[in-house]
Design a protein around this ligand. Sequence first.
Ligand SMILES: [Fe+2]
Length: 266
Amino acid sequence: MVPLRTARMETEAPEKSPGHLFRYTDLHCHILPGMDDGVSSWDEAIAMARNAVKSGAFRVIATPHVMRGVYASTPDDIKAKVAKLKARLRESGIPLAVAPGAEVYLASGTAREYRAGRLQTIGDSGYLLVELPPLHLPAYVRSELRDLRAAGAGVILAHPERNREICRNRDIILELRDSGVLFQINAGSLMGVFGRQARDCAEFLLKEGLTHFIGSDAHSGQPAAVSDIGADISAALRQIVRLSPSGTGFLDQVEARVLRLLSGKL
Ligand SMILES: [Fe+2]
C-alpha cells in the first residue's frame, strides 16, 4: 500500500461526549458541491455537515463520484475543494474533520488510472473506494481487481449490498473477501431505503463480520430525503449495534480500522 500520513489531529478520535451515543467516521458521503450528484451548494454542504455532527460523526471522507465520461474529478480538484470545505466548516464553527476520497466506478482500465495517479484514494491511504453497477457483476471485475492489487492499491467495495448479483450469490462476497477486498455498507441499507434485498444482504454482512466500514452515502443536506437518509444516521447506528455480534464494540473496531487506514497501517 502507499502509506501516506494525514494530519495527526484528523486521525485521532475525540473523546466520547455525553451528547452522542457514538463517535464515528463517515467513510462515504457526497459533501463537496459541484463535483457530482451530491450537494449542490456550500450551504447544502454545511447543512450535511451539521446533520453528520448531530449523529456523532467527527470526521467525514468526502467521496465524490469518479466515473469515466461522467464525473472526472482529479485528486487535485478534490483536495482543493476539501480545503475550501474545511475553511467553511471553521468559519461556521462546525467540529468536523474532512479528508479527501472518491467513489470510483470500477471499470476496465481503473487499475491503469490508479497507476497513473489519476484516482484519489481514501485519505491518500492507497485504498480506493470502488462502486459496481447495481444489477450485475461485469466480466472485467475480477481481472481489474487483480490488476489493482498488482498495482499496490487496496480496495474497499462501496455498498456491496446494493448489487443484486452479489446479494443473490453470497459466495461472491466470500470470494471477494478472500481476494482482499474490504466492504463498506450504507447506513440507509439497514433502514430499508434500498429495498428488502439490500437490507437482508447488509444484515448478513454485519452479522457475519464482513463489514469493515460504514458510510452514510449521503447526497443531500436534507435530514431524511426519501431515497437518501442523509448524513444523520443515528437510527442506523443503533440498528448496527443491535445486529452486530460485537454490539457496541463494533463501532470502536470500525473506528480503529479507519485510524489504521488513514495512518497507512492497514
Ligand atoms: Fe456514493
